[in-house]
Design a protein around this ligand. Sequence first.
Ligand SMILES: NC(=O)c1ccc[n+]([C@@H]2O[C@H](COP(=O)([O-])OP(=O)(O)OC[C@H]3O[C@@H](n4cnc5c(N)ncnc54)[C@H](O)[C@@H]3O)[C@@H](O)[C@H]2O)c1
Length: 442
Amino acid sequence: MRLTLVGTGYVGLVAAVCFAKLGHEVIAVDREPVIRGLKENKLTVWEPQLEPELADVYANGLLRFETDIVQASSDTDALMIAVGTPTRSDGHTDLGHIHEVLSHLMQAGTCPPLVIIKSTVPVGTCDELEATLLAAGLHTEVAFNPEFLRQGSAFNDFMEPDRIVFGCQTPQAESLLRQLYEGIEAPVHVCDRRSAELIKYASNAFLAMKISFANMMSDVCEGYGADIRHVMSGVGADQRIGPEFLSAGVGYGGSCFSKDLQSLLTTGKLIGSPLPILESVAKVNNQRIPRMIAKLISLWGNPSGKRLCVLGISFKPNTNDVRDAPFLTLLAQCERHGIEVQAFDPVVRQVGAKSVQLMDSPYAAAAQADAVMIMTEWPQFAELDWPYLLHLMRRPYVLDGRNLLPSPIISQIVDIDGAIYMPVGRPMERSPIPWAGVSSPE
Ligand SMILES: NC(=O)c1ccc[n+]([C@@H]2O[C@H](COP(=O)([O-])OP(=O)(O)OC[C@H]3O[C@@H](n4cnc5c(N)ncnc54)[C@H](O)[C@@H]3O)[C@@H](O)[C@H]2O)c1
C-alpha cells in the first residue's frame, strides 16, 4: 500500500518506520525544519531502536520524507494524520494542526479516498472533519485509528499491540485499514468512529486513574507504616485488576495523560455529564510534587538556599520527552522555595529553564547538594556508586521518588553516618548516627 503520513513526532515517526517495515511505501510529511533534520539524521525524537530501524527502511527506499502535503498525497491509498492535538487553556482540544493539514488539501481540491486520524481527538471530531471535506467537494471517508504505544517501548508496542482499534463507517475503509496492519498479530476491534474516539480517552483516563489510586494509597501507607509495594502487588495479583500502572511515585506526566484527562473532562462538561472520578485523578496527581517538597522541608527545615540534586528529567525512562514531566513542576516549586537545582538525565540535554543547572554526570549533579531526589526510574540510577555520590554531597539525604533503589543499595546508603533514605509509600530508613552537620569539601 502507499501511505502518506503527516506528523513525524513520537507517534508519527515510529508509525512511519513500522508501516515501512511491514512493506508499505510510506511518505512521511512534516514542516521544513523537521524534515531537514530527518534527512540529515538529526532526530529530535529519542526512542530506543529508532535510529537503526529508520536508517534501514530509509536506505531500502520504503520511507521518504517530504514537506508538501498535496504533492505527497497525490497518488496515495490513504493519508494518515499524526500531528499534535494539545489542550487549550480553556480545556478544549486544539485541532488546529489537523485543520491546517486538511486545508492544504481542500485548497488544492484533492484528497485521498481515506483519511485516517491517528492523533487523539475528542468524540465527534472525525464526523466533523468528514463533513468539512464534503462541504469542500471532497468525497473522502475519515476513519479513526487511535495509537496506544508508550514512549520508551514504542517499537514493540506498535508491532505487538494488545489490540488495534478501527473506527470506520464502510467496509472499504475497514479493508484498507486491515491491509495497512497486515503482518501485525493482534485482536482487531472494529466499531463506529465516536466509540473509537472514546476508547482512546477512556483508556488513558483509566491508566491515569490506576496511577493516582496507587499514589493515594501510598499516602495512607506512609501514615500507617505499611509498604505500598506489598499493598499494590497484593492488589494487582487479582486478575480483575492487573499489576500494571500501580506503582506509587512522583505522579504521572508526559504529553498524554494530563492533556487527555483535561480534554475528556471538557467533553463531559459540554453535555452536562461531569466526570468526578477523573477530577480526583488529576487532583491526586497534582499533590505529588508538593508532597515531595514537604518531605524536603521535613528534612531541612528552611529550604531556602539549599541545593537539590535531581536524577531524571524526562517524564519516564527511555525517552527524551520532557513535555508535562513532573520534573518541570518540581523545578517551578523549587524556584518558589529558593531551592537551587542541579540535575542529570541520561538523554535530556535541555529543558528550556534557567533555574536548573544541567550536569553531564550524576556525580557532578550531586556536588555539595543537600539532598538527592530520583525523579525518573532510569535503571542506570540503581547502578551508581551511591556511597561515593553521597560523599560528594553536603547532606546524605536520598528521596527516592520512584522506589527505584534495591535493598542492598539502601543498606549501603544507611551505613553512611547521618544518611536518610526516604522512599514513597514506605517507611523511611536512616543511619543510627544522626547527621553531624559537617560538609564534605568542594
Ligand atoms: N506521544 C505519545 O506517546 C502518544 C501516544 C498515543 C497517542 N498520541 C497522540 O498522537 C498525536 C501526536 O503525538 P506526538 O507525541 O507524536 O506529537 P509530537 O508533537 O511529537 O509530533 C507532532 C508532529 O506533527 C508535526 N506537525 C504539526 N502540524 C503539522 C502540519 N500542519 N504539517 C506537517 N506537520 C505538522 C509537528 O511538527 C511534529 O513533528 C497526539 O494527538 C497525541 O495525543 C501520542
